[in-house]
Design a protein around this ligand. Sequence first.
Ligand code: GLC
Ligand code: CA
Length: 565
Amino acid sequence: MNLAKEDKRMKKAWWKESVVYQIYPRSFCDSNGDGIGDLNGITGKLEYLKELGIDVIWLSPVYQSPNDDNGYDISDYRRIMAEFGTMEDYDRMLKRAHELGIKIMMDLVVNHTSDEHAWFVESRKSKDNPYRDYYIWRDAKGGKEPNNWGACFGGSAWKYDEKTDQYFLHLFSEKQPDLNWDNKEVRKKVFDMMTWWCEKGIDGFRMDVISLISKRPGLPDGPVGRSGYGDHGCANGPHVHDYLKEMNREVLSKYDLITVGECSGVTVEEAKKYASAEGTELNMVFQFEHMDLDGGENFKWNHEKIRLTELKAVMSKWQTELAGKAWNSLYWCNHDQPRMLSRIGNDTKEYRERSAKLLGTCLHMMQGTPYIYQGEELGMTNYPFQSLDEFRDIESINAYHELTEKKIVSPEDMFDYISYKGRDNARTPMQWDDSRQAGFTSGTPWIAVNPDYKEINAKEQMEREDSVFHYYQKLIRLRKEHEIIVYGDYKLLIPDSEELYVYMRSYEGQRLLVICNFAEKEMAYEVPEELMGEEGDVLISNYGRTELGHSAVLEPYECMAVLYA
Ligand code: GLC
Ligand code: CA
């Protein structure tokens, strides 16, 4: 059938209409008092998620892992991490989720494995081991590393292995050797493993750094940065689309899944291939351009503020350029980012809730599939770090040592930067109630609970009608009630304002005006001419506004979405 262009762009799909909720299992809910979140803890909280109204859970890795990078270093893809429970616990969780109508999307970490994975244990044994070529081994070059690449967690991307007198590649930590995707057998093993999970009845995959799997032939040196190492330049490598098409053919196309690729370094042009509306690779990608806006010469380590005009430009580019050609995923937060509320919102007592709702509105009214990261629906904030020993994350700790030891950044500044940008901000335990350890554990949590839990917790918010929780519940519900939110076109208005983020969606004669005041001050606003004289219906407002005339004075951090039908 030859679908007309218009039909194609409106092609409906359940994963376009869904809202995803990310669980970082280690920090979600601890059922047995060992201080570590686990699967039974999740099962016990599924009703909470049902109440919130989400459709899909993205489960950060729960596979067997020595936890060098909290599960993103997998030693057995078909086993559950002992700390998290058993496969029986997993099956029970999956079953209960499905009973409640919630789908489960697994984190698929296959750019690399743990160095404790059986494949790597074999691979490093000898040059002629059948698994040797599962990883990327090279001889020294001039007595040094095979090339100048730096690893994402600091130092060289190569580790020397005495046993066979060669180096192996690791784009992340030394305990995360990169798989060699050019090896057909590796791809087959990965696809078999994915099929195994699909047969179990899971509903999708979030693919970890999937844009990095295809390395450039010859592994050429990259431009050298301040760290002294070269850029690995592995993003969107020569065969990445071939491999994903193959994965789609061999696995994904055989099931009804939701798939999202975490694609560092992805451009709009590349995203149109990864997440093409033709459905030959993935459903959607996580892009990083909005997250990188406050990056700088030391990667992300600084304390810069994102300019609203730049944020709008980036978000709007993705909205308009992918329209009809690919599909966006929408996110402010995940386990790799500090809390967005503390980054571009306002986490002071006075404006915390209002700006949390503002961020939610701004994101959830866009085109794409929204992702909520645990605690975002409560307006959880960054953690007030006081000392280095409060950090758990390999990335922050390594960066602190590397940049201070090389005297690139002073210890005081670096402490400030990791406190502001570090991933542990998102990894503190979920705040369930105002009891000891926020109800997360009856023991000692693996990472400290944010001291603001007495004020910010799920129990209190579920009981209070005007809470952030109930606001998110409404945002999710609205998406189900109004197709315009899912499928409407997007147009940015007043792009030059540093205070207001205003956009309009349109769909089948309807228009949805979304107004967000990102400033801590009152702002005058006038509706666009084409809507003057029309009466809009305020779908949601964080300030109790019930109508909007042709102009308004917006309160600090006020937001609303107004439907003109
Ligand atoms: C992804 C994950 C991150 C992890 C890295 C290496 O970016 O989201 O948490 O550290 O990949 O697997
Ligand atoms: Ca536990």
